[in-house]
Design a protein around this ligand. Structure first.
Ligand SMILES: O=P(O)(O)OC[C@H]1O[C@](O)(CO)[C@@H](O)[C@@H]1O
Length: 620
């Protein structure tokens, strides 16, 4: 390991320094050294058909009860910290880096110290490989000083997001025993938390005392289910990307000559692209979930984009911004089938150079049709979950290339009479992944770190730390722990009651809810986005003042009646605060709000009783 992990570095910039001083907010139940642990119902899984398979695979950790953490009863005697047994905990960054990850370690550290100052926290250097090789860094306040509220995972670094093979699991268990760990906290997304569940089960079966706790940290926002509302890092990444997208929108409209094709990280599900579209209002968004549902072929997607380009040309508009998720390529049915064939070849250890000749005739034909750069990228070695390396496949360039060819064809055939189509491509991912985390991600991660300690102290294993009511202010957050097995499902080939579960139980990425309110909202605006250049400029992340408590739009919309909540209303009003002055007309307000966010029923805002409570917002 060359990097000097955990070395106390000086925070160079004033913003970095100021961010290090930010004290994340904690919900009331986490403000003391102890919590009251309340056990709820026993769990099954979110996948009734796969429940038996999950129960069989996790005989010792399946069916555990839900757990809620509450503030200790008023007047309850809080034992002296010295009387609580010290706890030894290890923490590993397993998943990809995501803004806020450092605060999980910080929260865990602070909660451990409050529990008993003789407790010890080890960070594994270099991620899972450090865990296997027992390479540790003791986390202290000094070590943490320059990582508080900072981006990246460079406090400890990371390597592969995998604790899965029997060799890896045995090595992890040996480290837990060697360090005499009471708990191991695994930080990551769907893959890392699936592995955490397996490790927890194995440790129980082998009478290893270490409790395994998962923490939902992933920019993808796809670890979402009835227990988990969002993941740490999603908010920041969407805010940074939305700013970049809106910059590109203004660039596009200024010169009026390019179509920007922007691919966004987020793996198979389209959460990042979707949230960014709600924040920045690009002209088009092609979501993987829509394409998969309608079984749109590659050429149907291209025609859809070309129809949009043509409709805009009729308005004399030759610029535009199109967003796509990096997982789009896998959602196109014929591309999915091709990727599956390549995956089988990888799993059969066929050398990459021989793969094209081993494809089925139709897959070979499709493969040959694709431009050489896409062919090369499709053959890259797979991710740890056996999926294609989506970050490396330049789908935006493939689309731009095919759209250009189709526009030329339409021109030749006389079906398009506008100016020549020109495109510029971007992949926004890494730029946002290392960002300074938003206040929301700082608070959320810090709270999850605290909850992890309370889970270990309560002897829970095979659980994920969770926080509910995230749309509300921090003092209303509800802290809990949910069994990892309860979030599992089993892939199956057929749908419906006759479906036979196949494959290993795992926590799978959850797709965009195409019946949800946020989707309905976006669809309602689709034609205006396409034609009206309804671009919205969210600007950079705000760390102080108005807007610093803004949360992901999808989180706030999905979880409640639109505009039904005072906090959400305050949020919107905060956003318009800078341009809407007291006493302004309804029309000004309406224009201001709709240019910033897709509010469907602005009048509801105006007639809301809260208006009377906020003197700034008395409207004529
Ligand atoms: O750093 P790498 O290996 O390119 O990882 C990229 C992948 O990691 C993520 O950023 C997080 O899972 C994905 O969105 C992306 O596909």
């Amino acid at each position: 390991m060359n990097a000097d992990y955990g070395a106390s570095t000086e925070l160079a910039g004033p913003l970095q320094q100021r961010r290090a001083l930010y004290q994340p907010r904690l919900p009331p139940c986490l403000q003391g050294a102890t919590v009251r642990v309340e056990y709820g119902d026993a769990t099954a899984t979110i996948d009734p058909i796969g429940a038996d398979a999950v129960a069989q695979a996790f005989p010792r950790t399946y069916g555990q009860r839900l757990v809620t953490f509450l503030a200790p009863d008023a007047g309850a005697d809080e034992a002296d910290a010295q009387e609580r047994p010290p706890i030894r905990v290890g923490v590993v960054f397993s998943g990809r880096q995501s803004p806020g990850g450092h605060n999980v370690v910080w929260g865990l550290h602070d909660a451990l110290r409050a529990h008993n100052p003789n407790s010890v926290l080890y960070g594994f250097i270099g991620g899972t490989e450090g865990l296997f090789a027992n390479k540790t860094l003791e986390i202290t306040n000094d070590v943490l000083a320059s990582y508080k509220n900072q981006g990246g995972f460079d406090l400890l670094g990371r390597s592969i997001d995998q604790i899965r093979t029997s060799k890896q699991v045995s090595a992890a268990m040996a480290t837990c025993r060697n360090l005499d760990l009471d708990g191991l906290v695994i930080v990551g997304g769907v893959t890392s938390n699936s592995d955490a569940a397996q490790l927890a089960e194995t440790l129980v079966q082998n009478n290893c005392k270490t409790k395994v706790v998962g923490v939902p940290v992933s920019l993808n926002g796809d670890l979402k289910n009835q227990f988990v509302e969002t993941t740490v890092g999603f908010d920041t990444v969407c805010k940074v990307n939305s700013q970049l997208i809106s910059n590109v929108c203004l660039d596009a409209i200024s010169a009026g000559k390019y179509y920007y094709f922007v691919r966004l990280m987020g793996r198979k599900a389209s959460h990042v692209a979707f949230e960014c579209a709600l924040q920045s209002h690009p002209n088009m968004l092609i979501m993987g979930e829509e394409v998969a549902l309608s079984k749109l072929t590659l050429m149907e997607c291209i025609n859809k984009i070309c129809d949009g380009v043509q409709a805009r040309a009729e308005l004399e508009k030759y610029h535009g911004v199109l967003l796509i998720p990096e997982g789009l390529i896998e959602s196109i049915p014929e591309m999915y089938a091709l990727i599956q064939e390549i995956s089988i070849l990888h799993n059969s250890n066929i050398p990459v150079a021989e793969m094209p000749s081993k494809l089925s005739p139709w897959a070979a034909a499709l493969f040959q049709f694709l431009p050489p750069f896409i062919r090369r990228e499709l053959l890259l070695h797979q991710e740890s979950d056996n999926s294609a390396q989506l970050s490396q496949i330049d789908t935006e360039q493939l689309l731009a290339h095919l759209v250009e060819a189709e526009m030329i064809k339409r021109t030749k055939e006389g079906r398009y009479k506008g100016k020549k189509f020109s495109s510029v491509c971007h992949f926004f991912g890494y730029q946002a992944r290392g960002s300074l985390p938003s206040n929301f991600d700082c608070d959320y991660a810090y709270a999850l770190g605290h909850i992890s300690l309370h889970m270990i102290a309560a002897g829970l294993t095979g659980y994920m730390a969770t926080v509910a009511n995230l749309k509300d202010p921090v003092h209303k957050w509800r802290c809990a722990a949910a069994p990892l097995t309860a979030m599992m499902s089993v892939k199956r080939h057929l749908r419906g009651p006759g479906a036979i579960p196949t494959g290993k139980p795992a926590i799978h990425p959850s797709p965009i809810d195409l019946k949800g309110k946020a989707y309905e909202l976006l669809r309602g605006k689709a034609s205006s986005f396409l034609l009206d250049d309804y671009y919205r400029t969210p600007g950079g992340i705000q760390y102080e003042g108005p807007g610093s408590d803004a949360k992901p739009i999808t989180l706030t919309i999905e979880d409640q009646d639109y505009m039904g909540d005072i906090e959400l209303l305050k949020l919107y009003l905060d956003k318009v605060r800078t341009i809407v002055k007291p006493g302004c007309s309804r029309d000004t307000l309406k224009a201001a709000i709709s240019s910033m966010i897709s509010v469907t029923d602005v009048l509801t805002v105006m007639s809301h009783p809260l208006n009377a409570e906020l003197p700034l917002y008395h409207f004529n």
